[in-house]
Write a protein that binds this ligand. Structure first.
Ligand SMILES: Cc1ncc(COP(=O)(O)O)c(C=O)c1O
Length: 397
């Protein structure tokens, strides 16, 4: 029997989410007010150790909302990693500001605090550390720099729901935290996001901007230009189900990550990021680096061969400073990010979702091992072919 196709991610939705979504529909409260929305925002704020949480339409709009509420505008600069999903930089551009890319730490793959200060200019307004692939950025030195230079910090926790830094929840450490509930995220409503913060006036500003800028005291009076970034009550209903089941979802994803780490630990040329001693990473997509010399082939060849065996994967993010909308300005600033480039060239993300069985993880790991071994074997054979059985170099035919 042909083994089944293994996607890179899959939402984990149960009868509970189906029931709550049906309840929202039956209630006719399907737009952006309703009991599920209130419940989700209350529960998510509490679970994220923030005073307030606001549901949004996506992680991207959550970022834009935060930056707009902080007053980011034309001519401003924001320090961001280039090793992240493009939404982090795009949200800065939506405000007319410019992202200034800084390298990541080779140990955490997140913004390198030691590289930030040199990038700060009089135009810098803030820093967006991204808790990449679920691992927290080293927040203490980042917050210290922000305080010294009078900058705000927006934590992009899209991939890191409920990750902890030194025991504290990611998203509650900076000025604002932003989250994504896209289909491949730890909690999902298909599309969706949230901002968290503990500053009441900033939260009011974000609420105002999220709802077209409508004056809460005077209906249909719009003192400012806002957006429609409101989450629906149906999406919130799905998220209420996900919140009830979050411990089981996180436990299964974590077990999958541990199994990958055990199985791939001794495969030559496969490097796995260890969690920093202060980190409790959120179990997003398992990722590792493929060194072409010691593994036997390049990351992209591995991905192609995995796909031929019915296993999907994702290359690591293309560094944003290499992408068309950003490469010219990065070149002008003489941006050089060796760690980011290395991760972008070697990184691969492997299937991670609660329904993935241990047997499937083992199948993926043994496929990786076999593919590497086969390439190394062919390489040795080609080397040997250059010599006669007596050890003399073969003459060209
Ligand atoms: C680091 C990061 N930031 C922002 C986003 C944007 O979230 P969304 O896709 O919900 O707009 C993502 C989503 O993949 C992400 O990984």
């Amino acid at each position: 029997m042909k083994p089944s196709f293994i996607p890179v991610s899959m939402p984990d939705l149960s009868d509970l989410e189906t029931r709550y979504a049906a309840e929202a529909v039956a209630s006719t409260w399907i737009s952006s007010t309703g009991a599920f929305l209130d419940r989700f925002e209350g529960e998510f704020a509490e679970a994220s150790a923030s005073r307030f949480a606001l549901g949004t339409t996506s992680g991207t709009t959550a970022l834009h909302l935060a930056l707009a509420a902080l007053g980011l505008g034309q001519g401003d600069e924001v320090i961001v990693p280039s090793m992240t999903y493009i939404a982090t930089a795009n949200a800065v551009r939506y405000c007319g500001a410019e992202p200034v890319f800084v390298d990541v730490d080779p140990a955490t793959w997140c913004l390198d605090p030691a590289a930030i200060e040199a990038a700060i200019t009089p135009k810098t307004k803030g820093i967006i550390p991204v808790h990449l692939l679920g691992h927290p950025a080293d927040m203490d030195p980042i917050m210290k720099l922000a305080i010294t230079h009078g900058l705000w910090v927006v934590e992009d926790a899209a991939e890191a729901t409920f990750a902890r830094y030194k025991g504290r929840l990611c998203g509650s450490l900076g000025t604002v935290g932003t989250f994504s509930f896209f289909g491949n995220k730890i909690l999902t409503s298909g599309e969706g996001g949230a901002v968290t913060c503990s500053d009441e006036s900033l939260c009011h500003r974000m609420a105002l901007l999220r709802g077209q800028g409508m004056d809460p005291q005077k209906r249909y009076h719009f003192p400012i230009v806002g957006f429609n970034y409101r989450m629906t009550n149906v999406a919130a209903a799905i998220l209420c189900g996900q919140m009830e089941r979050r411990e089981a979802i996180i436990a299964r994803r974590s077990a999958i990550l541990r199994l990958y780490a055990e199985e791939l630990a001794d495969v030559p040329g496969v490097a796995i990021r260890d969690d920093a001693p202060w980190a409790e990473a959120a179990p997003w997509l398992f990722s590792c680096l493929i060194d072409p010399v010691t593994f036997g082939c390049r990351r992209d060849d591995l991905a192609t061969e995995l796909s031929e065996r019915g296993i999907d994967s994702r290359p690591m993010f293309i560094p944003i400073h290499r992408l068309p909308p950003y490469r010219q300005s990065a070149r002008k600033r003489r941006t050089v990010l060796p760690v980011t480039d290395r991760l972008g060239a070697l990184g691969i993300m492997l299937p991670t979702y609660p329904q993935l069985s241990d047997a499937e993880v083992l199948r993926i790991c043994s496929s990786i091992r076999e593919i590497g071994r086969a390439h190394l074997g062919r390489r040795v054979a080609a080397q040997l072919h250059r010599f006669t059985p007596a050890g003399e170099p073969r003459k060209a035919a």
